[in-house]
Design a protein around this ligand. Structure first.
Ligand SMILES: Cc1ncc(COP(=O)(O)O)c(C=O)c1O
Length: 474
């Protein structure tokens, strides 16, 4: 089932239901919601957009009355076939397609490594079945290289998903698939380097991206964070024309950039003729508040490159990520022969993922994992609060698969890690995320919870409590 993501203007004189109705109508007319698409249920759309069921119901009733959708008993509302193909001017969606410290320390029992995901809920049987199916489908195609940008069918599924879940506006041919966000950032750095000498980045920020930019000869301009994300004035002052940011879940601090700041950032990009690189690495896991549309979806000047990955919600080992290029960068990509870079992801896995998405397993998996991780995160935080209370500060709990913990016991980062390790628990440093490490916070650790069971999360926190506050526990 699709999701619909739009920005409803509560202060507008136009009622919310009319705004929703107008949006869906437009999406049907421009082909983004093709015939036979099932609209989300009233319950799920009202929960997704944080509006009342009544509002959704009114919008749906209007669409029904005007013949844009039809109701199938016990099934839901479906987009009508309006024969849009016969209208000459309708712009359709194109139809084509750590370090592994714990290994070295076998005494580690509870590993709060960021990057691990929940293995128990991975739909292995379904994946196996679809892998087999994809092998049977088209032998000939599986024995050759494939499209350098990625399989058209998978890019089509990703375009649909991104539009529904993050409001991203793109055609499948703007999407490039690659073996991880880092690989795609390397390609992007190559594209941007001839016209740019520097890149602005959040400070602290994702070290995995920073290293790529440095390796490509881009000078770093670290931009400090405010409580709601990047300091825009300092971004202007940096004089860089490219900014790499994680607006929907700042890495590692975890703040979510509010709408007004997103608009300021887009204005910066339009003013500077600049490029925003939006890394939306874990947007599936937002636990508080309503979804904020991606920067890409708010950008009317084609200044945003949008990136996402299947590493968090599916599996990191699958190595599939995607990048949405604005048209002018796609042209540059063609012009400079980047199509000669062969695709880095196996066609087998691409085809399996396409089937997984097309048959509804992806949406179902996201819904399930959101519940699983929400539960794990609240267990982690409530156990921390219960045991350590005001002796610690939890940072970044609105979204994602990790938190930061500021510990008020006088120990610095390495002591916090070493004492935890003696108790059999691994936590991780935050220092590497700072480009200017002298300015880093000193008494903080990173705690990832994705890969641990609920029971191990609780036991792990008890062990951290013993390590840091020396309380004996019965
Ligand atoms: C901010 C951020 N972007 C990207 C990634 C990695 O994505 P991928 O596995 O697709 O390279 C990570 C992984 O930890 C991350 O923290």
């Amino acid at each position: 089932m699709i999701d619909l993501t739009l920005l409803l203007k509560r202060e507008s004189e136009e009622p919310l239901y009319t705004q929703l109705y107008q949006y869906i109508k437009k999406e049907i007319m421009n082909g983004k919601l093709p015939a036979q698409t099932r609209l989300p249920s009233i319950r799920s759309l009202s929960a997704h957009l944080h509006i009342s069921r009544n509002t959704v119901d009114l919008a749906y009733q209007q669409l029904l009355a005007e013949g844009y959708v039809l109701s199938k008993p016990r099934s839901g509302l479906y987009v009508m076939d309006l024969q849009l193909d016969t209208l000459p001017s309708s712009p359709h969606v194109r139809k084509q397609g750590s370090e592994d410290h714990a290994l070295a320390h076998p005494s580690i029992q509870y590993n709060f490594r960021y990057g691990d995901v929940d293995a128990e809920h991975f739909p292995l049987a379904t994946w196996r079945k679809l892998s087999n199916l994809s092998l049977q489908q088209n032998h000939q195609a599986l024995f050759s290289y494939g499209d350098p940008l990625g399989e058209p069918g998978l890019r089509m599924e990703i375009a649909k998903y991104l539009h529904g879940s993050r409001g991203v506006n793109c055609s499948p041919d703007q999407i490039m698939i690659g073996a991880g966000i880092q690989y795609l950032l390397a390609v992007l750095s190559g594209l941007l380097k001839p016209d740019n000498r520097s890149i602005a980045m959040e400070e602290p920020g994702y070290d995995g991206a920073r290293t790529i930019f440095q390796h490509h000869g881009l000078q770093l301009r670290p931009i400090p964070l405010e409580t709601d994300g990047l300091h825009i004035q300092q971004l202007y002052e940096s004089q860089s024309r490219i900014a790499y940011i994680t607006p929907s879940h700042q890495f590692p601090y975890g703040m979510v950039m509010p709408l007004h700041k997103r608009m300021q950032l887009l204005k910066w990009a339009a003013d500077q003729n600049g490029i925003i690189i939006e890394d939306d690495y874990d947007s599936e896991f937002r636990y508080v508040g309503k979804p904020i549309p991606s920067l890409q979806s708010l950008d009317s000047h084609q200044r945003t490159v949008y990136l996402g990955t299947f590493s968090k919600c599916l599996l990191p080992s699958i190595r599939i990520a995607y990048m949405v290029l604005p048209k002018h960068l796609l042209e540059l990509h063609n012009k400079h022969n980047y199509r000669l870079y062969d695709q880095t992801v196996s066609r087998f896995h691409q085809n399996t993922l396409e089937l997984f998405m097309r048959n509804g397993h992806w949406e179902a998996h996201i819904r399930k994992m959101r519940k699983v991780y929400r539960h794990k995160q609240s267990t982690l935080i409530s156990t921390i609060q219960q045991l350590m209370g005001s002796n610690v500060t939890v940072i970044g709990q609105d979204a994602g698969l990790h938190i930061l913990l500021r510990v008020h016991n006088g120990m610095h980062e390495q002591q916090l890690i070493a004492t935890a390790e003696k108790e059999g628990t691994q936590v991780y440093p935050v220092l590497p995320f700072w480009a200017q490490q002298a300015q880093a916070e000193q008494s903080m650790v990173q705690i990832g919870f994705g890969g641990l069971s609920m029971e191990d999360i609780q036991k792990g926190v008890h062990s951290l409590h013993r390590a840091w506050f020396g309380e004996s526990e019965r």
